[in-house]
Structure formats: structure tokens, C-alpha cells
Design a protein. Structure first.
Length: 527
């Protein structure tokens, strides 16, 4: 199963078919391709915009997620409830209520990073959409008690950053990102700085540890959200030259006189692209880098890997064990942030359900051998509490948190937009008539935040309230699902809390087919 229709057209690339009701399923082309069409589909638009159509549009102000419908996904698992007993609390109807479900967890070798909610926001780096919404993300994550990761290329992309001798010595953007989280940090969660190839060359980890006091750093395998994502558009020649001088791949070459002339005339070259390099992984250099980071003063060293082939997942698990990594984040295909090539987002890598099923098997093998098993976060398309439950239960007892980036970013953007409309007195009628026209009336979390922060609650921007409100919804939704399963703390979740709805799902996940579930207990009950 792939897309249902329209693989040659998507809102993500601002393309469409001329005959949407009649499309060739393999090519995605209209059943009749008409001479005289101005180029509405991806093929047609590529005829005049070329490589620009590889990426989601409009570039820099959106996030985008894959549309591919995989043969087996989390909807093929069902959450199992029960009428019997309670785990982690007294089996008393007056005590075993959903608000009493405990969602706190911890990651790190010695469980030193406490989380109020089992959530990690993976690397949101140098993209414009991340930078423009960082205030909401940082403050929202801090007051919610979750991990927030500053993604790759932030220092290298900082226009005001100072690079001396190939080493970053100052980055106002990085300083701002760290500071915003720390100002609202309440003892839960953490701010993590991620490093890719260019970050490592620019000594970003050294800078954030020594100058900014960051205690947690993350090694990034690969580049961008997917295999070779991470393109950024550069509007000026000066910016293109700056980033090339900092070691980035810039296309077309801004130092080429022909390119410079074309750009000056506004002809073929109207902008430039910045790309990062893919990493080259081997055990010896990885373990050496882990030790180097610890010598520099990193209290926690983490690893983020994408939806690479099973052998690479095995490498990630093995290397994380040998290096005693504090948190391994595995990102499955099917998620997305918007910086990767659109076709790559849809057609590359191991989907989340599949990769988590493999991950569980690999971690269990380590466990049986008595080796160190790292704490794990699973990412890739998660957004609401039902799939969070499934992700935690499917990988239990090893998966401790769910990674999600697009969803918290969406909450921050909505919160920011509503805040601006409130300020301008332009709240849409459908919201104003139902809820009101002030922050206190529209955002349900304001009273709870006042109880915690008092007068300082007024300093929390609407974007951050949006993130906090969203996470509060996830908290309550997850508590309700866990209460129904009679699991009153995260450590009690296990794979038996799920059932496969199809035999194919059972084969992929190892989760029992629903018609075969509880067979022994059923026989005992019925005699």
C-alpha cells in the first residue's frame, strides 16, 4: 500500500493534478496528459522550477510530514483495557482514579534527568520555522518538564556568530536558545545541544559546554530529519559566501564569477542552498568521541539516529551500550519536519512501527547478555496520547519517552498566532463568540500557570502557553488510557497492554493477534 492517489501532486509541494479523479496509480500522472497544460503537477512544475520542487513549499515557514500509508502502522494495534485489579496503586475504586496515574520518568545512566511527561522534543535546529518559534518551544518545554534539543547547525548558521580559526567562539542565537529554556527550568527536563559533522568541526560542543554551561550533548548520525535533509535557502550572495567560508556546501558556488553575475542580474540564480555533510560511522571513532565529550565536561552524552537499515540500528544499539549513552533516540520514517526532500520523506527508511519492533528485539538481546541497555526514546510521527501509549508499551521496558517535534511546534505556532490576534483585537469570530477575546478566556491553562508562577505567569508568552496546554492534554489523555489498562505508572506498561488487529501486524511487532489474546486465562475462567 502506498499513497491512495496523487503521488505526483501534494499540498507539500504546492502541486496538483489536472484530473484529480483520474490518476495513474503508479506514476501519479493524470490519465490524460494534455498539451497546453501549464504544469500543475510535480513533473510539470519541475519543467520550469527544476530542483526547487524537490522540497516542501513555501520553504522556511512550514513543517511537512510524509503522506505514505504504510502496510502496517500503529492503527493496527489496539490498546487493551481490563476490569480487574490495578498495578502501582491500591485496587480500590476510590483510589485507582485516572488523575492518580503517575507519568514522571527518568533518563540518563543514573536516571539523573527527570521528566514530568515522557516526552523528548528532538533536534529543532537552524531552520527558520524553529528559530521563529523558539521562545514558545523553549519556555513551553521548560514549564512542562520535558527535554528540548537544540538541533544541528545553529552556531554555523548564526549571522552574528563569530568563528575564529575554524572554531565557534560566540553565537548569540545559541546563547538565546539555551537562556530561554534555563530561565524557566524547574528541575525537570533538560536542554540538549545536538552536533552533526559541521558542528563537530566548528567545535560547537566545546563552546556550549565551556561557555554556556550546557551539560547534555547529542551526537547526530546522518543529516537532517531524514537521510540527507537539512537544506536551507540563502537569499543573499553575502550570506552564501559567509556559510561557504564556515565549511558548508553551498549550491550553486557563490564564489563562481558566472554565478555571481547571474545573481546580480536576478536571472537564473535567485537564491542559494546550504547543505550539510553526511556522517561516517565506525565504532572506534564513535566511542572516542563519546569519551572526548565527557572529558570536555558533558554530564550526559546522547545519540540520535534516523530510520536507517536494520544493520545501522543494530550499530546504534551496540555502540550506545558500549559507550553507556544516556539516551538513544531512534527516529522512524513517516515523521518529518519539512527540511528534507519530499520524496525522501515518503519513500526512504524504516517506518516507525517497524523500526521500534526491531529496536525492541535488539535491546532485548543486549539485556539477555547482561550488557548495558540504554534508555530509549522513539520518534516518528507521534502527536497524540493513543500513539504515545502504543509507542511506550510496544518498546517496554526499554522505551522511556516519545520523541515529537512537529506537534509541539504546531502548538507553539498556533499559540503565537492567537496571541498576536488577541493583541491586535482581531480574534476570529468563531473563537471569540465561543471562548472570548483575551488570553485568560481563550487559553485554558492560564489559571493553572498562575497557581504555579504567580505574577510571573503573565510573562509566559501565548506560544509557550500553547505548548504547555498541548502537553497538558497529552498528560490527561495518557492518564485516562493507562487507567483503563489499570497501569498507574509508566514502569507498569508492557507489550501485553496491546493487541494486533491483523496477522500481519502480529508478524511485524510480535504483539499477539487479538483473537488469540488471553487464551490460557480464558480456558482457566471457562474451564
Amino acid at each position: 500500500m502506498s499513497y491512495s492517489v496523487g503521488i505526483n501532486a501534494s499540498a507539500a509541494t504546492l502541486t496538483r493534478n489536472r484530473t484529480p479523479g483520474s490518476i495513474c496509480p503508479e506514476s501519479g500522472m493524470c490519465a490524460t496528459c494534455l498539451e497546453g497544460c501549464t504544469g500543475l503537477c510535480e513533473i510539470g512544475k519541475s519543467a520550469f522550477r527544476g530542483r526547487e520542487v524537490i522540497y516542501p513549499q513555501p520553504f522556511g515557514t512550514i513543517t511537512a510530514g510524509a503522506q505514505k500509508d504504510y502496510p502496517v502502522n500503529f492503527s493496527h494495534l489496539s490498546i487493551m483495557g481490563t476490569t480487574v485489579g490495578a498495578h502501582g496503586i491500591e485496587a480500590d475504586s476510590d483510589v485507582a482514579t485516572f488523575p492518580n496515574v503517575r507519568l514522571e520518568t527518568a533518563v540518563g545512566v543514573d536516571d539523573t534527568i527527570k521528566l514530568k511527561l515522557p516526552v523528548v522534543i528532538p533536534g529543532l535546529g537552524s531552520t527558520r520555522v524553529a528559530k521563529d518559534n523558539w521562545e514558545g518551544l523553549a519556555i513551553g518545554a521548560a514549564i512542562s518538564g520535558v527535554i528540548l534539543t537544540i538541533g544541528e547547525n545553529v552556531c554555523g548558521m548564526d549571522p552574528e556568530g563569530e568563528i575564529v580559526g575554524g572554531r565557534v567562539v560566540k553565537s548569540p542565537d545559541m546563547e538565546r536558545r539555551v537562556k530561554l529554556f534555563r530561565e524557566w527550568y524547574n528541575g525537570y527536563g533538560d536542554i540538549v545541544v545536538q552536533c552533526n559533522v559541521e558542528d563537530t568541526r566548528l567545535k560547537v560542543a566545546d563552546y556550549v559546554i565551556e561557555k554556556l554551561g550546557v551539560q547534555s550533548v547529542e551526537i547526530k548520525w546522518g543529516q537532517g530529519a531524514k537521510d540527507i535533509g537539512g537544506e536551507v535557502k540563502l537569499p543573499t550572495l553575502e550570506r552564501a559566501l559567509q556559510l561557504k567560508s564556515r565549511g558548508y556546501i553551498v549550491y550553486p558556488d557563490p564564489e563562481d564569477p558566472v554565478v555571481q553575475e547571474s545573481f546580480a542580474k536576478g536571472a537564473t540564480v535567485k537564491e542559494f542552498e546550504r547543505h550539510s555533510r553526511v556522517g561516517m560511522v565506525d565504532e572506534e571513532s564513535f566511542l572516542a568521541r563519546v569519551e572526548e565529550l565527557r572529558r570536555l565536561g558533558a554530564k550526559h552524552v546522547m545519540l540520535k539516529t534516523g530510520a536507517y537499515r536494520p544493520a545501522d540500528l543494530a550499530r546504534a544499539v551496540k555502540f550506545a551500550s558500549l559507550g553507556k549513552i544516556d539516551l538513544l533516540t531512534v527516529d522512524g520514517a513517516g515523521g518529518g519536519t519539512g527540511m528534507s526532500p519530499w520524496r525522501m520523506m515518503n519513500e526512504w527508511g524504516v517506518p516507525t512501527l517497524y523500526i521500534e519492533s526491531l529496536l525492541y528485539k535488539y535491546l532485548k538481546r543486549l539485556d539477555k547478555k547482561g550488557m548495558y541497555v540504554p534508555k530509549v526514546a522513539i520518534a516518528g510521527g507521534f502527536s497524540l496520547e493513543d500513539n504515545m501509549f502504543k509507542g511506550l508499551a510496544l518498546g517496554a521496558p526499554y522505551v522511556k519517552a516519545i520523541g515529537m517535534a512537529r506537534a509541539p511546534l504546531a502548538a507553539a505556532m498556533v499559540g503565537k498566532t492567537l496571541g498576536r490576534l488577541i493583541e491586535e483585537g482581531k480574534v476570529p469570530a468563531e473563537i471569540q463568540n465561543k471562548y472570548g477575546s483575551t488570553v485568560e478566556q481563550i487559553f485554558t491553562a492560564t489559571s493553572a500557570l498562575k497557581q504555579v508562577y504567580g505574577a510571573d505567569a503573565a510573562k509566559i508568552p501565548p506560544a509557550a502557553i500553547g505548548v504547555y496546554n498541548y502537553f497538558d492534554r497529552l498528560k490527561v489523555g495518557l492518564q485516562q488510557l493507562m487507567c483503563g489498562a489499570r497501569k498507574f505508572a509508566l514502569e507498569y506498561l508492557d507489550r501485553n497492554d496491546l493487541a494486533s488487529l491483523t496477522k500481519e501486524a502480529e508478524k511485524v511487532t510480535g504483539i499477539t493477534y487479538i483473537m488469540d489474546l488471553d487464551e490460557d486465562e480464558v480456558d482457566e475462567i471457562l474451564g
